[in-house]
Write a protein that binds this ligand. Structure first.
Ligand code: NAD
Ligand code: MN
Length: 490
């Protein structure tokens, strides 16, 4: 029996309507105000200052967190320094036990953490629930496993911890970035002062409570909140032996400059402008899912987002038609709703940045496509957007937008694909879609990107190292490689 083939437009009208399915929030207790987690206790900030953190989907204030000043940061580093001796001398299997305990507690409190992550940052609950929180727990589990095996990880090299690690993280994956920073540092025997991003401090405050529940020795982990000024106080403190930063390339360069000659170890995980490359022999429907996951996951607030689609000219038309249909089925709205695909933009400032970049794309001559979709009245929102007719010189093809905006370019030969993919100051990630294994290997060898995904995108595993080339930074997080920045090898 012949099955009638539906046109893409007919598929769109087939879109299912779901009743609202909001995740419950009653079980979550957010304090009206938080202090600083220093030496195992919540301490009033010396600065006496606090600032609000809001829910970007509603613009409502969720809580107030402390703004750590120079004295506060010094307290935190002194506490971490004091804890370093005992922590680094603790038997490695005991250290592992604390890390296992932390990962178990993250799992136990996963629902609470997911809801807080979504309320504070605007990401869809299905992502915080299924990606952020499970991966954060997995990261602690993974590094717990290494804690008592460092001598086997680096045979005959006598690995030794460095001291206090100063760590500064961004707002796009708050708890996961915290896990990427804290887990390897502790497993290697270091102690930590961490500063979360100013728009998403709440999951780090819950993590402070998890450290307390795990009975982690006081001062092993310290968490200071604040904005850029507090971050610069953490990285420049003379008691800090190792700095780990994830965020913008601009701030990364500032930090690298300020640390020159200090003898501090440094790793930087910065921006990206990844190419997602689709060859004519790729399974198109799977590629469409990969493209959507690559750039619309977490509203495109992803450093390794596939923000440049490079599609082989021969299939550009059918692929774009499929992609546009798929965009019109994405559900934008309440991040706490379990059916939501696209949540809120993290902050007003980020929304303005995205709007500015999109305006530049239109002005430079690119053609914009946005599906019909209604934006909520309050909060910060941006429709999933794609640009065709993009030239490599346009800002939307060169600069990181960090929003749900895709720039589409075409190519004819594999060599042209490689050249265009590498034509960027960044080098964090890339995707290749093709039926041929040999082509995947050929491409991966030629691309200057820390991660190359083949027939998939945005896949993470704690055992797999992640990091960049060029202006995407240096150093690796995850895997055995992720331990190296926290160890001295003799
Ligand atoms: P940012 O680099 O300003 O902020 C990241 C973190 O660094 C935050 O915790 C911030 O408080 C802190 N910080 C700011 N200035 C500092 C300084 N001088 N010294 C030490 N710490 C400092 O990033 P942003 O303003 O939040 O976002 C701007 C752009 O950065 C985004 O549009 C995006 O392009 C990029 N970004 C990249 C990532 C990533 O994962 N690679 C994450 C967030 C933002
Ligand atoms: Mn917030």
């Amino acid at each position: 029996m012949a099955i009638a083939k539906k046109t893409p437009a007919e598929i769109v009208t087939q879109r299912f309507e779901y009743a609202p399915a909001p995740e419950a929030t009653e079980h979550v207790k957010v304090e009206p105000r938080y202090s600083l987690f220093i030496g195992g206790r919540m301490l009033e900030p010396h600065s006496k200052k606090r600032f609000p953190t809001i829910n970007p989907a509603t613009e409502e204030q969720l809580s107030e967190v402390a703004e750590a000043d120079e004295v506060d940061v010094d307290h935190a580093v002194v506490a971490a320094d004091k804890a370093f001796g005992p922590w680094s001398r603790l038997s490695p299997s005991r250290r592992a036990r604390y890390l296992f305990r932390i990962s178990r507690l993250i799992q136990e409190r996963a629902r609470e953490l997911a809801v807080v992550e979504t309320m504070d940052g605007g990401k869809p609950i299905k992502e915080s629930r299924d990606v952020d929180i499970p991966l954060a727990a997995a990261h602690f589990f993974y590094y717990a496993g290494w804690a008592d095996k460092l001598d086997w990880a680096f045979p005959n090299r006598k690995p030794r911890p460095l001291g206090v690690a100063g760590q500064v993280i961004p707002w796009n994956f708050p708890l996961l970035m915290l896990a990427w920073k804290i887990a390897p540092a502790l497993a290697a025997g270091n102690t930590v002062v961490l500063k979360p991003a100013e728009t998403t401090p709440l999951s780090a405050m819950l993590f402070a409570d998890i450290c307390r529940q795990a009975e982690l020795p006081p001062g092993t982990v310290n968490i200071v909140t604040g904005a850029g000024k507090t971050g610069s106080l953490v990285v420049s403190h003379p008691g800090v032996r190792k700095v780990a930063f994830t965020g913008s390339t601009e701030v990364g360069k500032l930090i690298q400059r300020s640390l020159a000659g200090s003898g501090k170890r440094l790793t930087l995980e910065l921006g990206g402008k990844a190419a997602n490359i689709v060859f004519e022999d790729a399974p198109l429907d799977a590629a469409v899912e990969g493209i959507v996951n690559g750039i619309y996951f977490n509203q495109g607030h992803v450093c390794c987002a596939g923000s440049r689609l490079l599609v082989q000219e021969s299939i550009a038309e059918p692929l774009l038609e499929k992609l546009k249909v798929r965009l019109s089925t994405l559900r934008l709205g309440d991040p706490l709703d379990k059916n939501t695909d696209i949540g809120a933009i993290n902050s007003k400032a980020q929304l303005e940045k995205i709007e500015g970049m999109v305006a530049s794309g239109i002005e430079e001559g690119a053609e914009i496509y946005q599906p019909e979709c209604k934006l909520p009245d309050r909060g910060y929102w941006f429709k999933p957007t794609l640009f065709t007719n993009v030239s490599q010189s346009y800002r939307i093809a060169r600069e990181e937008i960090f929003g749900p905006v895709l720039s589409v370019l075409t190519f004819r030969t594999p060599a042209e694909a490689v050249e265009k993919a590498n034509n960027t100051p960044y080098g964090l990630s890339a995707g290749v879609w093709t039926d041929k294994g040999s082509r995947i290997l050929w491409m991966a060898e030629r691309m200057r990107a820390g991660v190359v995904w083949a027939n998939t995108f945005n896949r993470f595993d704690p055992s797999s190292p992640f990091g960049g080339y060029k202006e995407s930074g240096f150093g690796r997080e995850g895997g055995l490689h992720g331990l190296l920045p926290y160890l001295e090898l003799n």
